[in-house]
Design a protein around this ligand. Structure first.
Ligand code: GDP
Ligand code: MG
Length: 170
């Protein structure tokens, strides 16, 4: 079975490990496009900076997460992106920008347009999700898996070549 190593980066409390019973790192068996596969998902909220970079080095696909109800978490997005690019030494790597907590409509501080603009700037995909109401969570992960797959199959549609931002929002 295919194994995909995914890493979630993001500021504290954005929703990286929503389920309080899951560990910081866990494996999940799923079926994507008829192919059974295993996702190894890591919430890289590590305090240990050495471990943190090790995880980025090992990761094949990334979710950079912020909370739509917290502008300060959005302001850290580029920093996380820089870290990935630096560790991966500019090799194209699948990244999904995730605006989580989209159920908090009345507390929104970051608009969808701002999220989309950021994704366009970083040349990654974009999705708004809610871990609380289980909206778009799977699509966020599956989107990254599909990008990894395309890379493994020859990288013709690699992130660097792709200009258009694919966008899925509520
Ligand atoms: P982490 O530090 O990024 O791992 O954040 P957590 O996953 O521990 O979530 C931090 C807090 O935000 C917890 O109280 C969660 O219940 C809450 N939370 C996470 N995701 C959502 C979401 O999509 N919507 C709402 N309303 N709350 C969320
Ligand atoms: Mg966490």
């Amino acid at each position: 079975m295919m194994l995909y190593k995914l890493v979630i980066l993001g500021d504290r409390s954005v929703g990286k490990t929503y389920d309080p019973f899951t560990e910081e790192s866990y494996r999940k068996q799923v079926i994507i496009d008829d192919n059974p596969c295993v996702l190894e998902i890591l919430d890289a909220g590590a305090e240990d900076i050495f471990l943190y970079y090790q995880w980025i080095r090992d990761g094949e696909g990334f979710l950079i997460m912020y909370s739509i109800s917290s502008r300060s978490t959005f302001e850290r997005v580029e920093q996380f992106h820089d870290q990935i690019i630096r560790v991966k030494e500019n090799e194209p790597v699948p990244i999904m920008l995730v605006g989580n907590k989209c159920d908090k409509i009345t507390e929104r501080e970051v608009s969808r347009e701002e999220g989309m603009d950021m994704a366009r700037k970083l040349r990654c995909d974009f999705i708004e999700s809610s871990a609380k109401t289980a909206v778009n969570v799977e699509r966020a992960f599956y989107g990254v898996v599909k990008m990894i797959r395309q890379n493994r199959e020859g990288g013709k549609d690699s992130r660097r070549n792709r200009k258009k931002v694919r966008c899925v929002i509520l």
